[in-house]
Every structure is written in C-alpha cells, then in structure tokens.
Design a binder for this molecule. Structure first.
Ligand code: F3S
Length: 396
C-alpha cells in the first residue's frame, strides 16, 4: 500500500465537502490507487460506465445506483454501456414488463446523475471519442482495447463502480495503462498470410487473447485495418484474455517497434480455421444476431444490401447505438432492413439482453466475443461471417 498525493480539491472531495456520492467515489478511487500503487490521481476527459443491464446489475446494483443518484452529478463527458433492452423498442423484442420496469429505473438513475444515456460499447462511433494521449476511464472491455490501441487514449479496464466514481469526480488513479511503461509490447505475433474479413480478425483475437493473457500483443504482418476489423479484434482479445491494448506494426499510433528478445508466436492459417471451428457447437440455431461490438454504419449498409427485398425466417437482431441507428435511418438502410422483418436492437445486445429467458437455445453470430459469453450463459453458438449470418436469418 502506498501513500497517495491528493490535491486540495481532491482532499475536499474525500472529506465530503461535495456531498456523499462524491465522497464515496473518492474513497473508491483512493482505495484502488493504494492497491495498485498509484502515487496520485489524474484528470480524465471521458468516461464510459458499464453495469447498465438490469440482467447483470440486479436489485443490489439498482439500489446502489439509486443511493448514489441522490446527490451525485457527473462532471465529465460520460456515456453508458448497453442496457438489457432497447430503451424505446423493448416491446417488439419480447422483453417482460417486469424486466423493462427495472431497467428503466436503472436508466433514470443514470439520467439523474447527468450521464448521457447513450448505451453502447462503441462510444467512439457515438460522440464519445477521446483523442491521442488523453486520460480516460472506460469500462467496457472491447472499448477499452479500442481506445488504448487505435485511438491512443489511456485507460485501464475499469469496473462499473470505479468508472462511475471517475465520472462524479473527474479523476482516476494514475497506474497501469496510463503509464508509458505498461503500454509496451509483451508478445510478438507474426502473420504470414492476409486476414480478409472482420471475422478473421475476431477469430485471431480470440486465439491470441488466450496466449497473451493480460499482456500487450504486437502484430507483425497486418498491412492495414479498418474500423470494423479493429473493433472485432479488440473485442475478441478482451474476451478470451485480460488484454487492454494491442499494437500493429506500421498501423496503430504507438507501434514503434519491439525488443527482439520479446517472446514470439506464429499465427497460422490452420490456427485461424481451428479457432473458428471451436466457436461452433450448434448447427441448428433459432436466433441470429450481429453487432458485437455494436455495428458501424458501413456494416448496416452491407446488411441492407444482403436483405433487400427478402424476408427473414428467424429472429434477427442488428445491435447498434442510437446514434448509428439515426445515421442508418437517414441513409435509408433502416427501412430496407426492417421491411425484411429483421430488428434493430439499439442500446442493447444479444449478450446483455435476457435472451435465454426469452426461450432461445442457440445463436448464430459473427463475433467470437459474443460466442464466448453466450456459451458461458448456457446457449449454443455458431460463429459465421456477416453474410452467412444474414443467410441463416433468411433460412437459406
Ligand atoms: Fe458490446 Fe454486447 Fe458485444 S456490450 S462488445 S455487443 S457483448
């Protein structure tokens, strides 16, 4: 345990001069700082809070939030992780009245705290996009990896309470990925073939996450990547491992080379094929969902093309943020998609919504992360490409 240097303002917060919620928040941050050996706190410019779905929070979490919301107020731009249902379209999703009521109590508590109820794991696509070098406190694991690796912002993998504490105080403990020394690569991953889709990035991330554990993998042999590929890789690395950052030589902003003595592995075509196979345990599925992490507008455009003029025969959710759905409405994609019977699951996703309680047994998806968590939740999974997912939903 170390001694923490607090500023005068931070001391006042800790002494309760800005109310009970801020005091509790400072206690959480100081305790974390002591555990992780941080010498001081640092100001944050952006927060993303997890612990939003009533499925994960339960009544105890709701009670904690209600208490904090009595006198707390967010002082920094803050958005939320997905909730357990679409906040506006939950009735068409088959969500129970009881669940919806509790979920809305959670949302109202966050609203009272002055937090934007943009519920997404891709805040960087929905107006919460930090810049290079900024200190932030994000808690959704795929968003954390994306922020550190692709944007060059600095965040640890925050828990829901510590991110909320950062939102109410504007501070986070200065340790871990906020410091240069912890952002250096720990494992080199060589590729001798080209990845050709987001699903390839997803499967590779799932494989490498298991090997790199909580280190920083450094990829060699990936000449470029687009947003969809970065987000798929970020999500997969963070689900099979405890990863918070990766680097790609010549591509990501902090990839400045690697010590030649660092441990290295070769990721082969065979590893890719075998990983994809391992993410399939059901041939027959009754539910299809894409958008883990939440879809980009590009992905929605591709889905609209695939679905055009056809009808789905299975429940098909396209998960995205409200902001991207708004852009999709403007582009005319939403009408084309909804005409097919597919549904937009805004503010939520197939993992944090109570899909099992709705009676579904097996899910087709193009996300290794979703496969990982759905399987842990007792559902069967079938990892497929985006195009194959659409075909599955159409019954082809
Ligand atoms: Fe996002 Fe849900 Fe996947 S929160 S990263 S869509 S598990």
């Amino acid at each position: 345990m170390s001694e923490i240097q607090l500023t005068e303002g931070e001391e006042k917060m800790l002494a309760g001069e800005r109310g009970h919620a801020v005091q509790k928040s400072m206690e959480i941050l100081v305790a974390l700082a002591k555990i992780y050996g941080a010498e001081r706190l640092v100001e944050v410019s952006s927060v993303q809070v997890s612990g939003v779905s009533y499925k994960n929070l339960g009544d105890a979490g709701l009670e904690f939030l209600t208490e904090i919301a009595k006198d707390g107020h967010s002082v920094v731009k803050t958005t939320l992780n997905p909730a357990g249902m679409s906040l506006t379209g939950w009735k068409t999703m088959g969500i129970s009245e009881m669940f919806a009521e509790r979920q809305m109590q959670v949302i109202r508590a966050y609203e009272k705290l002055g937090i934007e109820t943009t519920c997404t794991c891709t805040p960087y696509l929905a107006g919460n996009k930090p810049s290079f070098g900024q200190h932030i406190a994000w808690s959704e694991s795929s968003a954390v990896v994306y922020a550190n690796s692709v944007l060059g912002a600095r965040t640890n993998r925050e828990g829901g309470p510590s991110a909320l504490a950062a939102s109410l105080t504007g501070r986070t403990p200065l340790y871990g990925y906020h410091l240069d020394e912890n952002r250096r690569p720990t494992l080199r991953v060589d590729l001798e073939f080209r990845l050709t889709s987001s699903e390839d990035f997803s499967a590779m991330g799932y494989f490498v996450g298991q090997v790199a554990k909580d280190g920083v993998p450094y990829f060699k042999g990936i000449p470029s990547a687009v947003t969809e590929e970065f987000k798929a890789l970020s999500a997969a690395l963070a689900s099979s491992g405890g990863i918070a950052m990766f680097q790609i030589e010549g591509v990501t902003p902090e990839a400045k080379g690697i010590d030649t003595r660092t441990e290295a592995i070769l990721f082969t075509k065979r590893d890719l094929t075998e990983t994809k196979e391992r993410l399939k345990d059901n041939d027959i599925v009754d539910f299809v969902s894409v958008g883990c992490p939440h879809c980009t507008l590009n992905e929605i455009g591709v889905i609209a093309e695939f679905l055009d003029g056809r009808k789905v025969t299975k429940e098909f959710w396209i998960c995205c943020s409200k902001e991207v759905k708004r852009q999709s409405d403007e582009s005319g994609y939403s009408k084309r998609i909804e005409k097919s019977g597919a549904k937009f699951a805004t503010d939520t996703c197939m993992v944090v919504a109570p899909v099992e309680e709705m009676g579904y047994k097996a899910v087709a998806t193009n996300s290794a992360k979703a496969c990982h968590y759905l399987r842990n939740g007792g559902l069967g999974v079938k990892f497929m490409t985006l195009h194959e997912c659409v075909q599955e939903a159409l019954g082809n």
